[in-house]
Design a protein. Structure first.
Length: 167
């Protein structure tokens, strides 16, 4: 039951961010990129629309599909989700970066520090492997899974290695 709770928590992050989109009010012009739920856009469009640098990891598998989604909460904070996939082998690596100022305690097991000194938290379960950390005012999550995220792709240590490659 504990594993199911963790998986639900990991799945709820994008849903909660999407819900923030629907509840916020603003006077921003509406275009295709402002639709809720967020639509997939190119990585270049995501870079242009995000007020922070999108750091990318070295992906340890051949990427056959790469997509980006921007989650804009009408000025409260911004979040970007980049998915790297190998559709032939059913592999996924997802990076989420947000500039949210909410200082909630992290869930999961406290892990080792990254090479930049950031504390990581192991948020994996029986279905996906995931880590979380904060650095320079941004919050990062790195999630991996295979077979439509029915099982973890990498272990915690491998995710730490991948996180250390973000540039």
């Amino acid at each position: 039951m504990k594993a199911v709770s963790k998986l639900l928590f990991l799945c709820m992050i994008p849903l909660l961010l999407s819900a923030c989109l629907k509840n916020g009010e603003g006077n921003q012009p509406i275009n295709n990129l402002d639709l809720s739920p967020p639509v997939e856009i190119s990585f270049e469009e995501a870079e242009a629309r995000t007020p922070f640098e999108i750091k990318q990891p070295s992906v340890p598998f051949q990427v056959t599909q790469k997509s980006a989604r921007i989650l804009d909460t009408n000025g409260t904070f911004e979040a970007v989700e980049i998915t790297y996939a190998n559709t032939d082998e059913g592999l996924n690596l997802i990076t989420m970066i947000t500039n949210s100022k909410v200082d909630t305690p992290p869930n999961g097991k406290k892990g080792q520090k990254l090479s930049n000194g950031s504390q990581t938290w192991d948020q994996g379960d029986g279905h996906v492997s995931a880590i979380y950390w904060r650095n320079e005012g941004l919050t990062y999550s790195l999630i991996s899974g295979k077979n439509n995220n029915l099982e973890p792709l990498y272990d915690y240590q491998k995710l730490v290695e991948i996180a250390n490659t973000l540039k």
